[in-house]
Ligand binder design. Structure first.
Ligand code: ZN
Length: 64
């Protein structure tokens, strides 16, 4: 699986709101490029971010 861990600098690990904003930017940019990504803050990819069982907010992976 192709994945990266990326987060805005300076890193604030427990700032879920900030990381969610960043994830939206990354997901939209990838989508515009025709790339489907899964983010560690929404494993189910249903755009519900409060039901995520395990947060890995810096994690993005290519859906194959
Ligand atoms: Zn990761």
């Amino acid at each position: 699986m192709l994945a990266v861990d990326v987060t805005p600098y300076p890193i604030v690990w427990d700032d879920r709101e900030r990381q969610t904003l960043f994830a939206g930017f990354v997901l939209a940019t990838a989508k515009a490029m025709g790339i489907e990504l899964r983010w560690g803050g929404d494993w189910s990819m249903d755009f519900e971010v409060k039901d995520n069982q395990f947060d890995d907010l810096v994690h993005f992976e290519i859906v194959e």
